[in-house]
Design a protein around this ligand. Structure first.
Ligand code: CO
Length: 240
């Protein structure tokens, strides 16, 4: 009944007039910002949204940190439609994370992206928290993956006496291990058996300059994965 009445009076179905938070500047700024963005885009290209609505053909999958300072499109100067994005705290790629695997599978096998980029950043709160012994709550179980990265590279990290430098190095090593984790997935390995135009890269963003550092761990084949990680093709297993 309420819905029919709303239709008759042409009121919005969700009435936000008595929401105190909706009156706040930070919330209204988003709606204003959206209107301004639409205006700006239409001024540049009158068909921008008409074309956007037709579908997406991004060439890149970005796996970055949830940190508000590292938005994929802004950092790379790309537009809506150009980058498929997955973000989580400290850009961790865990092979049992159904969310990450679904994004990766869709990007690689349906969208056929050519580049997968793991993008970390210096000053990452997640990495700093993982380096400490403090408890922060549920997140400690997620950050455990980064503590494992620390343990893998403790011989190098423990020698760095300056804490910021040690943290920066862990940011880089975390990105490199997450690139390695992606390459170990059956998704990436099967894609490499089918096509030779898929590369996985590791980046670190410097928040102080805005610049990206390519940490040179790019991979386009399973050959340096190591003896237990490289998978045979499914056909080879079936015929065995
Ligand atoms: Co971060």
């Amino acid at each position: 009944m309420a819905l029919i009445e709303n239709k008759k009076n042409e009121k919005p179905v969700i009435d936000t007039t008595n929401l105190k938070l909706a009156q706040s500047d930070s919330y209204n700024a988003l709606l204003r910002g959206n209107n301004e963005w639409v205006e700006r885009k239409l001024k540049e290209d009158g068909d921008f949204f008409k074309n956007l609505a037709k579908g997406q053909h991004p060439q890149v999958l970005w796996i970055g940190c949830s940190d508000s300072r590292v938005p994929a499109n802004e950092v790379t100067g790309t537009k809506a439609g150009e980058v498929f994005v997955h973000r989580n705290i400290a850009n961790v790629c865990v092979h049992s994370d159904m969310n990450m695997l679904s994004v990766l599978d869709y990007a690689v096998n349906v969208l056929k992206v050519k580049h997968v980029i793991v993008a970390g950043h210096y000053g990452c709160g997640g990495v700093a928290a993982a380096m400490s012994n403090k408890q922060f709550g549920l997140i400690d179980n997620w950050l455990r993956h980064i503590k494992d990265v620390y343990r893998l590279h403790s011989h190098e990290l423990d020698r760095i006496t300056d804490e910021t430098q040690r943290q920066n190095r862990l940011v880089e090593l975390n990105v490199s291990e997450q690139v390695y984790n992606l390459c170990k997935t059956s998704i990436i390995q099967n894609a490499w058996m089918e096509r030779n135009d898929l590369e996985v890269h590791g980046w670190v963003i410097d928040l102080g300059t805005g610049l990206v550092k390519d940490i040179k761990v790019s991979s386009s084949s399973p050959h340096n994965l190591g003896y237990v990680y490289e998978l045979d093709s499914i056909e080879a297993v079936a015929s065995h």
